[in-house]
Write a protein that binds this ligand. Structure first.
Ligand SMILES: [Zn+2]
Length: 341
């Protein structure tokens, strides 16, 4: 598990907000290539790594998404601060105080901090507390001598520049991984670990297997195109959501029965549950009230295959996320059991 956590830490630290994912995709491609897997990129930038199976006429595809939440410069204000637009869905207060990188079109980066327009309690008193956290009232303070709109333009910063949030990755002695973007980089690393297990142990999966690393999941169309066409079963590996009323936790793999997009394939769910039982894998069955996956995106775009959703429990998703190594381990085990039984 140690090298898996090391790879995960590296991946978490590579900025990859939806729409600007090539560096993370290149990193993941290298990991697959190092295992000897053939890889190809789709036109819109997703990665497909393939491992040959005993049956080559039918294929299975496991997906995970490398794109994350982020932001874009929406407006350069007269006082030299930046308004931002969201990439992906999150609540504004989860990014207040966050350190960011602003990436200009020519690739230069500047640092800054996201704060409300009434950040100092010595200046704004009660207003500091009551100001609503929204697009209007949050801004980036750039760490440069900029006092006007033109000062910012002169740095090369412009509307549309990507804003990366500091992932704040910490691995604790007790086995927790605290970081932004565990959704779904924990899933991506699980797929790499599954591939590594097969390669290192000379195991041929039952069917030719594709690992599909998508790049637009957070905006809903990640796996909507270019899934290898012999695919008859598709499993999205994405974070599970623990919390009030949920069965998921940070130590198990969750097998989703349903999310907002509807039920996952019943036959496939039963098979995954049986595999978890037979292999003593800690698992939960859960329903997510506000959730859609790359499996949902694929089905909605018209693909005709069975779709399942599994993944490690990630606490406080789209906020200050945390999971435990055991959840990733259980996800990897279930993926291996699915491909080899
Ligand atoms: Zn996700």
């Amino acid at each position: 598990m140690e090298s898996i956590v090391r790879d995960l830490e590296k991946l978490l630290k590579i900025p990859s907000p939806t729409g600007n994912t090539h560096k993370a995709i290149d990193f993941v491609e290298e990991l697959f290539n190092n295992l000897g897997l053939k890889t190809a990129k789709t036109v819109k930038g997703a990665l497909v790594a393939t491992i040959e199976g005993k049956n080559k006429d039918k294929e299975v595809t496991l997906s995970a998404h490398v794109d994350t939440l982020g932001a874009m410069v929406k407006e350069i204000k007269e006082n030299g601060r930046l308004k931002i637009a969201q990439l992906g869905g999150y609540v504004w207060n989860t990014i207040e105080g966050e350190h960011v990188h602003i990436e200009t079109l020519c690739g230069k980066t500047y640092t800054g901090t996201i704060m409300t327009t009434k950040a100092s309690s010595h200046v704004h008193g009660e207003g500091t507390k009551t100001i609503e956290r929204n697009a209007e009232n949050l801004e980036i303070r750039i760490d440069e001598k900029v006092l006007s709109h033109d000062d910012v333009i002169n740095l090369g910063i412009n509307v549309g520049d990507f804003v990366h949030f500091d992932p704040r990755t910490v691995v604790t002695e007790s086995g927790f991984i605290k970081s932004r973007h565990l959704d779904d980089k924990a899933g991506v690393i699980s797929l790499i670990a599954i591939a590594r297990h097969l390669v290192n142990n000379n195991i041929m999966p039952n069917f030719t297997t594709n690992f599909f690393i998508s790049t637009y999941e957070e905006v809903g169309h990640g796996a909507a195109a270019s899934i290898p066409n012999k695919t008859f079963e598709f499993i999205a590996v994405d974070m599970a959501a623990p919390g009030e009323g949920q069965t998921s936790d940070e130590f198990s793999v969750t097998i989703a029965a349903k999310d907002s997009s509807g039920p996952y394939d019943y036959d496939l769910r039963k098979r995954l549950i049986n595999l978890a039982k037979e292999n003593s894998i800690n698992y939960k069955i859960d329903i997510y009230p506000y959730y859609g996956s790359d499996g949902s995106a694929a089905l909605r775009s018209g693909y005709d295959f069975k779709v399942g959703l599994i993944g490690p429990g990630v606490d406080a998703s789209h906020s200050f996320e945390r999971t435990h190594i055991e959840a990733i381990e259980n996800t990897i085990k279930l993926g291996i059991a699915y491909l080899t039984n």
